[in-house]
Ligand binder design. Structure first.
Ligand code: ATP
Length: 716
C-alpha cells in the first residue's frame, strides 16, 4: 500500500499478507479440506450445509474487513468493502440458489464452492460486479461528487414538482390512465400464450373465445388509456411551460442592466424557450415514461415469475451485463458525439473565417492554404465520426450477442422445463414475448434516467435565473408627496460590469438644483451617459452615493422614482402596439387627452393626426419615432439626451421653471443658456460654471470647446 521506507507500511503489509493467507486457508478448508466435515451435516442435510457455507463466508468477510480493510487507503475503502462482501458471499449465494432451484443432494458430495476453479470464477465475478457498480453509480469524494449531484438533482426535481401544483388534477388523471394502459398492455402477451395453449391442447371454443375477448378488451383498453394519458400529460406540459416562461421573464426583466450586458442574449432566450420546455418534460414526460416502464417492468417480472421463476432468475442475469454495456457505451458515445460537434464547429469556423476574410485570402494568395486548412478540419471530424460509429457498432454487436445468448439459453431451459412438466408451451411463448419487451424496457429505463438528469439540469439553469436577486435593488419604499428635485452625485466611482478594470467614473461629484438647467459637456467617452445611467438607477456605483432630496436614490419606491425622473433618450424605442400605447408606455389607463397633450408638447400631435388611424396607428407604420416618449406632467427631474430636438429643449426650459433639468448637449447654442455647465472628462469633473465664467477662465472648457461643440450637434 505504501513504500517500504514508510514505518507504518510494514505492519500493514504484514496484516494484508496474513489476511490473504487466512482467506486462502479457509477456502482450502471449504473445498477439499471440508470433505471429512461434511458427514457431520450429512450429504442430504441441505440446511446444515447452507448454515456451514454462510457462517464460513461470514467469518471470511469479518476477517478481511478487520485485518485487511484498515490497510487500504480511505478513498478506495468503500469500493474494497463492497468487493470483499461480494467476494466472500457470492459462493454461498450461488450454492443456495442452486440448491433451491434444483434441490436434492450435492452431486459430488463436496461443495464446489471450495474448488480452485470455482474460487477463481467467484473472484472474477465479484470484481466484475464491483466494476459494474462503480461505473453505474460512481461514489467519489469532493464538491462535485456523484452523491452531491444526485442530491441536488433530487432537490431540483422536487422544486419542479412543486411548480406543477396547478396541474395536479391533470397529472393525477394522466397517472391513472398511465397505470390502466400499462396494466392492459401487460396482459396481452399472457392471453396470446393462453390462445396458443388452447390451440395446441384440446380445443374448447368457449375457452378460445374468452381468451380472444380478453385479448381484444385489453388491447382496446390499452389504446384508449394511452391516448388519454398522452393528452393529459401534454396539457400539463403546456400549462407548466407557459407559467414558467412568464415567471422567468418577470424575473429577468427585474435584473439590473449590467446583467443584460454580461449575459449573452442567446443564453437568455434559450433559457426562456428551450430550458423551460425541457424542464417541463422532467415530470410530465420523463416521469411518465419512467413510471410507465417501471410499472410495466415490475408487472411483467411478476407475471414472468408466476409463469416460471427459474427462467425469470436466468433471464435477470442478463440485466447487469446489458446495463454495464449500455453505461460504457453511453459514456463513450456522448463524449465522442460532443467531440464531433466541436469538430464540426471548428470546421465551420474555418470556412466562415475564410469567406469573411476573402479579400485578405486573395491578396495573400492563400486560397490553397485555406482549402487545406478546411480539409484538415473535415478529416478530424471524419475520424471522430468513424470512432463514434465504431463504438456504436461494437455496442450493438455485443448487445445482440447477449440477447441471442439469452434467447438460446431460454429456449434450452424452456424445453427442459416443458419436458419435466414444469410449464406449458403457451407459457414459454408468453415468457419469450415478455422477455423481448423486458430488454427494451430496461434499456428505456436506463436511457430515461439519464435524460431525466438532463432535464433536471435544465431546470437548474432556469431556477438559477429565477432565484437571481438583482444587484441593483428595487425594494425602496420612499414615496414622498412632494419632491423638490434636488440631486447630488457625491464622489461617485463606477466601472461597468463588463469592464471592471476600467473606471468610467472616478470620484465624480455634482449637484443639480431645482429650477436650474445643468448641461453636461465633455469629449466622447468622458462619462456623461454613465452619470445619467446611474441617475436612472440602471447600475449601482461601487463608491459614493446619489441623493435625491437628501435621500439615497435606491430608497425610493421603484415606480415612484421613475414617474418623477424622466429621461428622453438618444434613441427612442418603439414597442409593438399603437402610437397611443407607446406614448402612454408605463402608465396604467392613461386617457387619450393626456396622451394628446403629451404629443402636443413634443410637437408630434400634427404628425400623428395625419396618420391613417391617428393615435391608434400601429408603430410599424411610423417611420420617424421623434421624441414623443417624453411629456409627463409629473416629472421633477428631466434628463434630455444628446439627440433631443432643440424645440423640445426650448419648451422644457420655458415650461418647467421649477423643475431640475439636466441636458447632455453638443450644441453650443443650447449649452450657453444653462445655469451651470459641467465639463466631464475621463470620469471626473474638470470644470464647472456658466458659459461666460468658463470662457473667461480660459481653462479646459475654452481649449476643448472646438472638440466638444459642433454646429449641428454631431460630434467630431
Ligand atoms: N455599457 C458599457 N459597458 C462598458 N463600458 C462602457 C459602457 N458604456 C460606456 N462605457 C465606457 O465608459 C466610459 C464612459 O462612457 P460614456 O458613454 O459615459 O461617455 P460619454 O461621455 O457619454 O460619451 P459619448 O458622448 O460618446 O456618449 C467610456 O470609456 C466607455 O467606453
Amino acid at each position: 500500500v505504501q513504500g517500504d521506507t514508510d514505518p507504518v507500511a510494514y505492519p500493514r503489509k504484514q496484516r494484508a499478507r496474513a489476511a490473504v493467507c487466512f482467506d486462502a486457508a479457509l477456502f482450502y478448508l471449504l473445498g477439499c479440506g471440508a470433505a471429512p466435515l461434511l458427514p457431520v451435516f450429512g450429504s442430504n442435510d441441505v440446511a446444515g450445509l447452507l448454515a456451514f457455507l454462510w457462517s464460513a463466508a461470514a467469518i471470511r468477510w469479518g476477517l478481511i474487513c478487520s485485518l485487511w480493510l484498515p490497510t487500504v487507503d480511505q478513498t478506495s475503502r468503500p469500493v474494497m468493502r463492497r468487493w470483499a462482501a461480494v467476494h466472500c458471499f457470492l459462493g454461498s449465494v450461488y450454492e443456495s440458489c442452486r440448491l433451491a432451484a434444483f434441490g436434492g443432494p450435492l452431486e459430488t458430495g463436496i461443495s464446489p464452492v471450495g474448488s480452485p476453479g470455482f474460487t477463481f470464477l467467484t473472484s472474477i465475478a465479484a470484481a466484475a460486479a464491483c466494476m459494474f457498480w462503480e461505473v453505474a453509480f460512481p461514489d467519489t469524494n469532493g464538491e462535485d461528487n456523484g452523491k452531491g449531484k444526485k442530491q441536488k438533482a433530487r432537490v431540483l426535481f422536487m422544486r419542479v414538482i412543486s411548480f406543477y401544483k396547478p396541474d395536479y388534477l391533470l397529472l393525477l388523471g394522466a397517472f391513472v390512465f398511465l397505470s390502466l394502459a400499462v396494466l392492459c398492455e401487460m396482459f396481452i402477451p399472457y392471453y396470446t400464450g393462453k390462445v396458443i395453449d388452447i390451440l395446441g391442447a384440446q380445443y374448447h371454443l368457449h375457452d378460445f373465445l374468452t381468451a380472444i375477448f380478453f385479448m381484444g378488451l385489453f388491447s382496446i383498453g390499452s389504446s384508449l388509456s394511452s391516448g388519454c394519458r398522452g393528452g393529459l400529460f401534454m396539457c400539463a406540459i403546456n400549462g407548466f411551460t407557459s407559467r414558467m416562461k412568464v415567471k422567468l421573464f418577470g424575473s429577468l426583466v427585474r435584473q439590473e442592466i449590467g446583467f443584460f450586458e454580461s449575459t449573452k442574449t442567446g443564453d437568455i432566450t434559450s433559457r426562456l424557450s428551450m430550458d423551460t420546455t425541457l424542464m417541463a418534460r422532467t415530470v410530465a414526460l420523463n416521469v411518465n415514461v419512467l413510471l410507465r416502464t417501471l410499472i410495466k417492468t415490475l408487472g411483467m417480472l411478476s407475471l414472468m415469475f408466476s409463469l416460471s421463476w427459474k427462467l425469470t432468475v436466468l433471464m435477470l442475469m442478463e440485466t447487469p451485463i446489458t446495463g454495464l454495456l449500455q453505461n460504457i457505451h453511453d459514456t463513450y458515445y456522448q463524449r465522442l458525439s460532443k467531440e464531433v460537434q466541436d469538430s464540426i464547429a471548428r470546421g465551420n469556423d474555418a470556412a466562415g473565417e475564410a469567406v469573411a476574410g476573402i479579400r485578405t485570402v486573395r491578396s495573400f494568395s492563400a486560397e490553397q492554404r485555406e482549402a487545406t486548412r478546411y480539409g484538415d478540419k473535415l478529416m478530424d471530424t471524419h475520424s471522430l465520426k468513424t470512432r463514434r460509429d465504431t463504438v456504436r457498432a461494437v455496442y450493438l454487436l455485443l448487445r445482440r450477442l447477449t440477447e441471442l445468448g439469452m434467447q438460446v439459453a431460454m429456449l434450452y431451459y424452456g424445453r427442459r422445463f416443458i419436458q419435466s412438466g414444469q410449464m406449458s408451451t403457451g407459457n414459454l411463448v408468453s415468457f419469450i414475448l415478455y422477455q423481448t419487451d423486458l430488454g427494451q424496457n430496461i434499456r428505456t429505463l436506463i436511457y430515461m434516467f439519464g435524460d431525466m438528469l438532463n432535464s433536471v439540469s435544465a431546470a437548474g439553469k432556469v431556477f438559477e435565473y429565477l432565484d437571481r436577486k438583482p444587484q441593483v435593488s428595487t425594494d425602496g419604499t420612499l414615496q414622498p408627496d412632494t419632491l423638490t428635485g434636488h440631486v447630488q452625485l457625491c464622489n461617485l466611482t463606477f466601472s461597468y460590469p463588463t469592464r471592471p478594470d476600467e473606471p468610467a467614473l472616478q470620484g465624480l461629484s455634482l449637484e443639480l438644483k431645482p429650477g436650474q438647467v445643468t448641461a453636461l459637456v465633455g469629449p466622447s467617452g468622458g462619462g456623461k451617459t454613465t452619470c445619467v445611467s446611474l441617475l436612472e438607477g440602471f447600475y449601482q456605483p461601487q463608491g459614493g452615493e446619489i441623493l435625491l432630496d437628501g435621500q439615497p436614490l435606491h430608497s425610493y419606491q421603484h415606480k415612484y422614482l421613475h414617474s418623477k425622473v424622466a429621461m428622453v433618450g438618444q434613441d427612442p424605442v418603439l414597442f409593438s402596439g399603437s402610437v397611443r400605447d407607446n406614448i402612454a408606455y408605463g402608465l396604467k389607463d392613461c386617457p387619450l387627452e393626456v396622451v394628446q397633450k403629451a404629443a402636443q408638447r413634443a410637437n408630434a400631435h400634427g404628425f400623428i393626426s395625419q396618420l391613417e388611424h391617428g393615435y391608434d396607428t400601429g408603430t410599424q407604420s411610423v417611420a420617424e419615432p421623434g421624441n414623443f416618449l417624453w411629456g409627463g406632467q409629473d416629472d421633477y427631474v428631466i434628463i434630455l439626451g444628446v439627440a433631443t430636438s432643440e424645440h423640445a429643449i426650448q419648451q422644457a426650459l420655458a415650461d418647467r421653471p421649477s423643475q431640475t433639468l439636466l441636458i447632455i448637449a453638443h450644441r453650443l447654442k443650447t449649452v450657453e443658456r444653462a445655469d451651470q455647465i459641467i465639463l466631464i472628462d475621463k470620469g471626473a469633473v474638470l470644470e464647472r460654471g456658466t458659459h461666460q465664467e468658463l470662457m473667461d477662465k480660459r481653462g479646459s472648457y475654452f481649449r476643448l470647446r472646438e472638440k466638444i461643440f459642433t454646429e449641428n450637434g454631431e460630434q467630431h
